[in-house]
Design a protein around this ligand. Sequence first.
Ligand code: NAP
Ligand code: GDD
Length: 365
Amino acid sequence: MRALVTGVTGQDGSYLTEFLLSRGYEVHGIIRRASSFNTQRLDHVYEDPHKRGARLFLHYGDLCYGEQLTNIIYSSQPDEIYHLGAQSHVKVSFDIPEYTGDATGLGTTRILQAVWRSGIKTRFYQASSSEMFGSSSPPQNEKTPFQPRSPYGAAKVYAYWMAVNYREAYDLFACNGILFNHESPRRGETFVTRKITRAIAQILCGKQKKLYLGNLEAKRDWGYAPEYVQAMWLILQQEQPDDYVIGTGETHSVKEFAEQAFGYVGLDWREYVEVDSKYVRPTEVDALLADTAKARDQLSWEPKVTFPELVRIMVDADMEAVGLKPVGEGIRILQVRFSDWHQWQISVSDVVRSLEGAAMEKQHA
Ligand code: NAP
Ligand code: GDD
């Protein structure tokens, strides 16, 4: 099987690539040209394409330019396309609404049109978002009306309907995964969870004194990203194309995340967190909570990593990244609940190696 992944350098793109490679896929990824390397999340799985048996290939392209996307799709002839590329930051979308509409909204149309025009038989996954629900009250499921509250949310609603439209108009196997927030040690540094866990590591090192955040009352349904890329794959393996809500079915406030994360390392969040209105959005999505009955029934997909576990995984990873010894519960949780195809961080850490070593010794004892 051959897959094409847009947004391959992002959090989800890197986990999905790892997952697909582990299942024997050949993976083609679209990357943007940058003046410095932007493939850090992929470096551990990257192989020289000249090497015999290499299965990961990267191509330059931009979602804002259709011609190159068409060329890549036509030349790689993928069986499955996972369209994850987007300007994905909600707050930033208020600063650059036009670009967000172009990359996040029209980017989807460019790919769908390229697929249809080239006549390639491929399955298409659209990375839709719970941000589309906006002010619709929780819990949200596949039938909940979209009432977006940001340029990003509006662009994703447009892209969602384009995927549905190409499915109905041209019989394309196009699916929407409506994913609620999912996080990991690879989460972008300006999303709130990672901002908090990174700040904790910096505070512990003595390099940062305060953490400035925006709205602490907003509630999100936060899950663990590697489990969500498995859901993407499952969505494309169904007999019929369809749309699915993916989340945990639990919601927590930003304040709760901060409280748990600081508490995990023995700190009181109130001593470090301050509110800066700069991070408050012109319009906010107050509460997201997934009703995942359809995904549970039809995909048999259920997340294993809970909210306190996610917090511990992320804090441990950020401590390790700055050279501190992690508390260790997060790493152990992954061993027990998710000792699967993905790596702890970007490279396997010494802590994991020693845990794996201990497990091996036990098996041989
Ligand atoms: P991310 O880490 O921000 O990654 C976004 C990816 O898109 C990066 O690879 C980025 O490339 C690429 N990209 C951005 N603009 C581009 C352009 N103009 N041309 C080509 N590539 C471009 O996002 P993520 O968290 O992995 O999310 C993946 C997808 O799921 C996104 O579409 C996001 O909107 C959606 N989503 C995410 C969540 C979540 O909680 N994570 C929930 C629902 C939906 P660079 O590395 O060069 O910037
Ligand atoms: N980023 C950020 N930074 N958010 C903050 C901060 C801060 O300093 N302080 C409070 N928040 C609040 C935001 O106002 C929001 O209510 C919540 O924390 C989560 O913000 P983000 O982590 O930026 O995520 P998001 O929910 O806006 O968007 C993410 O999830 C969507 C799915 O619902 C992104 O990954 C989107 O791409 C994704 O579609």
